[in-house]
Design a protein around this ligand. Structure first.
Ligand code: AOF
Ligand code: ZN
Length: 334
């Protein structure tokens, strides 16, 4: 016999199959258990498609068993008509008597209404199993709905002596701080977030395309800061391989805190998460306004004589690993 925790853990595990595909929807996982046996599983389909509960119920071969089953789900089943009909109605229609939920859905369209609906119909509802783990799993979704801004990941690579890039006038040969493996990891990260952001100088100096090439998955929406809209449209960031949103004095007020203003635009565009890939000034803006959630910092085996210093950050080190010649440190801003 297994505990509720065991099955919620399994829900989180299968939910991860939706990473990067469900946005801006949360990646939910659902498991249906009958007589101590898993008889159905599902996770959220790509945006606009089925919710996890629908896929889990559809996967059950013998539907008659549903009347004596328990459905486990990472997030409260929805109660509203969005792109799909309410999952709580489907659970009620199939007469599933027990519902075990990881955490409440903070989307104001749901927020407890799904649970109320289930209870009114006579379902036994248990809420808060592995609640913290479920909230952490749905971090992008919760940050978006509670803080009304995307989940923000800062990413950079620095040299042994703390530089992001060398001074050009010193004629230092540009060298890679990262290696093939860490660069591939960055491409995987790009598939996992809804947007990717860079500043004007990075767009000009590096001319990055910000698309996913060394991994399989969706391109994030590209966000580029372009105050006067003077960046040439021939830059790679404006090519047609992915969507691009410019942050200019047409959509924000540059005399007000910049990170805050950018977050407002991203919120209005339903962007649940963003990875910020430079440069130093842009990263520092988010650090100074203390608007960030996670920082992923590579340290490479090279040094520069002079140049642009890496940003300084005050966060909690949550993990550290070696990726060939690089050390990757991950910090959280809890
Ligand atoms: C669930 N199960 O798997 C997900 C839920 O526009 P819709 O119909 O896709 O609804 C989106 C909202 O539904 C989303 O903002 C969140 O509140 C909830 N997501 N709910 O019961 C799921 N992905
Ligand atoms: Zn639903």
């Amino acid at each position: 016999m297994h505990t509720h925790e065991h099955y919620i853990k399994r829900c989180i595990e299968i939910a991860k199959n939706g990473l990067g595909n469900t946005r801006p929807n949360p990646m939910v996982g659902a498991v249906i258990v009958n007589n101590h046996k898993i008889i159905g599983e599902g996770f959220t389909s790509p945006y606009g498609g089925n919710h996890a509960e629908v896929n889990a119920i559809n996967s059950v071969e013998n539907k008659a068993l549903l009347k004596t089953s328990t459905i486990y789900v990472t997030l409260e089943p929805c109660s509203h008509y969005g792109k799909t009909p309410p999952c709580s109605d489907l659970i009620i229609k199939n007469q599933i008597p027990n519902v075990v939920i990881g955490c409440i859905d903070d989307n104001e369209q749901v927020a407890g209404k799904g649970i109320a609906k289930l209870k009114n119909a006579g379902c036994k509802v248990t809420v808060g199993i592995l609640e913290e783990a479920c909230k952490k799993h749905h971090k992008r979704f919760f940050t978006f709905h509670n803080k009304r801004r995307p989940y923000i990941i800062l990413k950079w690579a620095e040299t042994q002596n703390g530089y992001l890039s060398p001074e050009k006038k010193d004629e230092q040969k540009p060298v890679w701080i990262t290696n093939t493996y860490s660069r591939q990891l960055v491409h995987k990260w790009r598939t996992e977030e809804q947007a990717i952001l860079i500043g004007t100088k990075t767009a000009l100096d590096d001319n990055p395309s910000l698309t996913v090439r060394d991994w399989t998955g969706n391109n994030p929406t590209r966000i580029v800061i372009d105050r006067e809209e003077k960046l040439p449209k021939t830059l790679a960031v404006f090519n047609n391989q992915a969507e691009t949103i410019s942050i200019s004095n047409k959509n924000i007020d540059f005399s007000k805190p910049l990170a805050q203003q950018i977050c407002k635009v991203l919120f209005e565009n339903q962007i649940n998460s963003v990875i910020i890939e430079g440069g130093a000034k842009t990263l520092q803006t988010f650090i100074d306004e203390n608007i960030w959630d996670e920082a992923r910092i590579f340290k490479g085996p090279v040094s520069f004589i002079s140049g642009t210093k890496a940003p300084k950050l005050d966060g909690k080190l949550t993990s550290e690993e070696k990726i060939m010649t690089n050390t990757l440190k991950i910090y959280s801003n809890d």
